[in-house]
Design a protein around this ligand. Structure first.
Ligand code: SAH
Length: 346
């Protein structure tokens, strides 16, 4: 059965026409789904009984179940959601002085194989549909009775490897009749799928693009991120330059600092050279060690030196505050969890 949350408003209007209804019904349904956040077609009381029955016959409303919710000392909350097909995903809610930010997953598992990331090493299962991406927001907003102001695609998965569904989810989230979160409050993070970055530049969606760079030589980057063998640093940086030219948007480069690996002054020098003159910002992340991982956190001293060097060279760099590491909710700590396995051990 089709998930009613998988449609942009234009697509839902077409769906209504196909089932013999007036297109404006789509707007009413949108309001019920995204403003009232109802979980059942029966609650859509301004629709006729007949239409509600028709909707029930043709669609379901995807309502995730919370399997587990953990709260960090710093207020960060991690959700494990049952996505209703024996799989589970993680979503993280962070609270900042400027509002709530939600870190959403885009796939069940990930194909990228980055050596430092906990989402690696577990099989890729499938893409999340746009409705499943959107549902993470709805479920958290409802559970906490809050309004989320920012979304980051930094959970499990490579968002640009699930391009169509991620773009569609953004359009649903964006729509004033939907969740009404402006594109400027949405960040997409990518390991560097060059053709998709080029495509995104033409979408006319003013979201923030984050590039997981993490290294300044192809040798090092390929050893950390296999995707670099396909799209090496020069191609990636060129594509970023094009993106900036086309969109006039600042790119955020993510750089996770690992001790004795990519955190010395030579790396900082190469990074400054690479990004010279670009409209960008560097986000330095103290790498989070993962189970059986080979990377350990840089020292505070090295992290500060690295930042100061970049700033001296005129490249805006900040150190990302770590949130939720005590509940494995920090960057790179999210995993796909299989419900079947969970059932066995309960
Ligand atoms: N696939 C996307 C989004 C998911 S990862 C991407 O690669 O960008 C979100 C961010 O966390 C990325 O910048 C990623 O490189 C970073 N990250 C992954 N593992 C990490 C770890 N162990 N420590 C710190 N950051 C990590």
């Amino acid at each position: 059965m089709k998930n009613i949350k998988d449609y942009t408003i234009e697509e839902l209007k077409q769906e209504m026409i196909q089932i013999g209804e007036k297109p404006f019904r789509a707007e009413q349904i949108y309001s019920w789904l995204y403003k009232e956040k109802v979980k059942d077609f029966n609650e859509m009381t301004n629709l006729s009984l007949e239409l509600r029955e028709k909707l029930k016959e043709n669609y379901n409303i995807c309502n995730f179940k919370i399997i587990k919710k953990q709260e960090s000392k710093d207020g960060t909350k991690k959700y494990l959601f049952d996505v209703l097909d024996s799989n589970a995903i993680e979503t993280v809610l962070m609270s900042y002085h400027h509002g709530y930010s939600l870190c959403v997953s885009s796939q069940i598992g990930c194909k990228m194989g980055c050596k430092f990331c906990a989402s690696t090493g577990i099989n890729f299962i499938r893409n999340l549909s746009s409705g499943e991406i959107v549902e993470q927001l709805i479920a958290v907003e409802q559970d906490e009775n809050i309004k989320i102001s920012n979304i980051v695609f930094m959970g499990i998965g490579e968002p640009l490897d699930n391009y169509e569904n991620v773009i569609k989810a953004i359009r649903i989230i964006n729509n004033p009749k939907g969740l009404n979160i402006g594109a400027r409050h949405i960040s997409i993070s990518t390991s560097g799928l060059v053709p998709k970055i080029d495509k995104l530049a033409n979408e006319n969606i003013p979201c923030t693009l984050s590039i997981s760079l993490h290294a300044t030589t192809n040798e090092k980057r390929s050893s950390m991120m296999p995707i670099n063998n396909t799209y090496p640093i020069e191609e990636l940086i060129n594509s970023c330059k094009e993106y900036i030219k086309k969109t006039n948007r600042r790119i955020s480069f993510e750089y996770a600092l690992a001790k004795d690996s990519n955190d010395n002054l030579e790396d900082a020098k190469r990074l400054a050279k690479l990004l010279k003159g670009m409209l960008c910002h560097v986000n330095l992340i103290p790498i989070n060690p993962i189970e059986k991982g080979i990377y350990t956190k840089s020292t505070n001293e090295n992290i500060i030196k690295f930042r100061d060097y970049l700033n001296e060279k005129g490249i805006v760099a900040t150190i990302r505050r770590e949130l939720g590491s005590d509940i494995d909710a920090a960057c790179g700590q999210l995993r796909r969890k299989n419900l079947d396995r969970r059932k066995k051990c309960c």
